[in-house]
Write a protein that binds this ligand. Structure first.
Ligand SMILES: *[C@@H]1O[C@H](CO)[C@@H](O)[C@H](O)[C@H]1NC(C)=O
Length: 397
């Protein structure tokens, strides 16, 4: 039993080291053709848990996220892009290299359940390839980039375009997410997609159908109705979601590209000798006095005039208190002074508790005897009669 166990262990170590050796992949691709590489979750799952299959008999279907970067760089090379929509989906590396060279891509996979990680290295060698001279770009509105990158879908799209081009000899040159080209993020509703640009190239010249894109009536029609269908006999789309948006079709004839302007010739780096340095003359003097008058003096005078006017209105036209009193009715003036006196009295009472009682509570003189009622008695007179107290009814008895 023990021998069987150790044998199994030896086997798994061998398997693990085999996987370790396999974790580097070498690929050779030509310039100017679309490159796609699918990062399969299943392969990484077995890398992450080499013993899982042997012991548990089956593998988990864990969410895995991928991180890709160029070796010794923080990001991917310029020509390469990566997409993985969801940890339960496979990831895709895709792009079109524009120049020969070598890219070493490191792929890290993280299992989101166990947080195990695995690493894979892709060594991509890019070799010289011929650019296809005639290229055309199509927009597929009802697709997302990761749905067109699998080779089966690429072939479906290519078959439709082969009929449109009337040539078997067609290559996919580039595929781009419309979001990378200024497209909008669609509403999260069924039937709304990001859209994909597909560029294909061929050695054969454009077909009759494609050449209609260059005609002026095509532009007129598309300006009026941007979703116009292709002209009759040019609609080859077997699967509705692969249909192209006819008005966004563009043709590129690379044979007609004008040659690049010649590089500028390099000089010796030393300026030619030429005369002495003549400093420029000073500019003629300018008279700033009118400007000064307009910007400083005039506003200042205006401000002073306004000040004087305001001062006259505020101080010069005030009437004296005596003059006002002399013009007022005696009874009105008396009324006014009693209000003032009462207000002063109330204010004095509010200031301290032990102040003198208000004058209005003092008993009157007896006019005949000239005698005043005793102040004690006067203190017993309640200001508000108990029977009239509006709140007494509500008080508990
Ligand atoms: C492919 O498309 C992308 C995005 O539009 C662009 O940046 C890139 O230059 C294209 N590559 C080629 C070879 O046309």
């Amino acid at each position: 039993m023990a021998g069987y166990g150790s044998g199994l262990f030896f086997l798994t170590v061998c398997a693990a080291s085999l996987f370790g050796a396999k974790a580097e992949f070498k690929l050779t691709i030509p310039v100017g053709k679309l490159f796609t590489y699918e990062l399969m979750r299943e392969t990484f799952q077995s890398d992450l848990e080499p013993l899982g299959k042997l012991y548990a008999g089956s593998l988990y279907d864990d969410p895995i996220i991928f991180k890709c970067k160029q070796q010794n760089f923080p990001d991917l090379p310029e020509w390469l892009r990566f997409i993985q929509r969801h940890p339960n989906d496979n990831g895709f590396l895709y792009g079109t290299p524009a120049a020969p060279g070598k890219s070493i891509i490191e792929v890290y996979a993280v299992n989101k359940r166990s947080y195990n990680t695995a690493k894979q290295t892709l060594v991509i060698k890019i070799v010289e390839g011929k650019m296809l001279p005639y290229q055309a770009e199509f927009f597929i509105a009802l697709r997302e980039i990761e749905r067109v990158l699998p080779s089966t879908v690429q072939n479906e799209i290519k078959q439709d375009l082969q009929k449109l081009w009337n040539s078997e000899n067609l290559e996919i040159v580039n595929m781009t997410n419309a979001l990378d080209r200024g497209g909008r993020v669609p509403l999260p509703i069924a039937g709304h997609y990001e859209g994909v640009y597909v560029k294909v190239g061929s050695h054969k010249y454009f077909s009759e159908c494609l050449l209609r894109v260059l005609k002026p009536e095509h532009q007129r029609q598309c300006a009026a109705e941007p979703r116009a269908k292709g002209p009759g006999g040019c609609n080859f789309c077997s699967i509705p979601s692969n249909c192209i948006t006819w008005c966004k079709t563009k043709l590129f004839d690379l044979t007609k590209l004008e040659p690049e302007p010649p590089a500028p010739t390099m000089g010796s780096g030393i300026l030619e000798a030429g005369g002495d340095f003549n400093p420029p003359d000073s500019p003629p003097s300018t008279d700033y006095f009118p400007d000064y008058i307009v910007t400083v003096i005039v506003p200042l005078i205006l401000a002073i005039v306004l000040c004087i006017l305001l001062a006259y209105i505020m101080f010069g036209r005030r009437e004296g208190v005596e003059k006002r009193n002399a013009r007022t009715d005696q009874i009105q003036l008396y009324h006014h002074y009693t209000i003032h006196g009462n207000a002063d009295e109330l204010r004095g009472m509010a200031g301290s508790r032990g102040g003198p009682p208000p004058l209005s509570t003092l008993p009157m003189f007896n006019s005949r005897t000239g005698e005043r009622a005793s102040p004690l008695h006067s203190d017993n007179i309640p200001l508000i009669m108990a029977e009239q107290d509006p709140y007494s009814d509500t008080l508990p008895r």
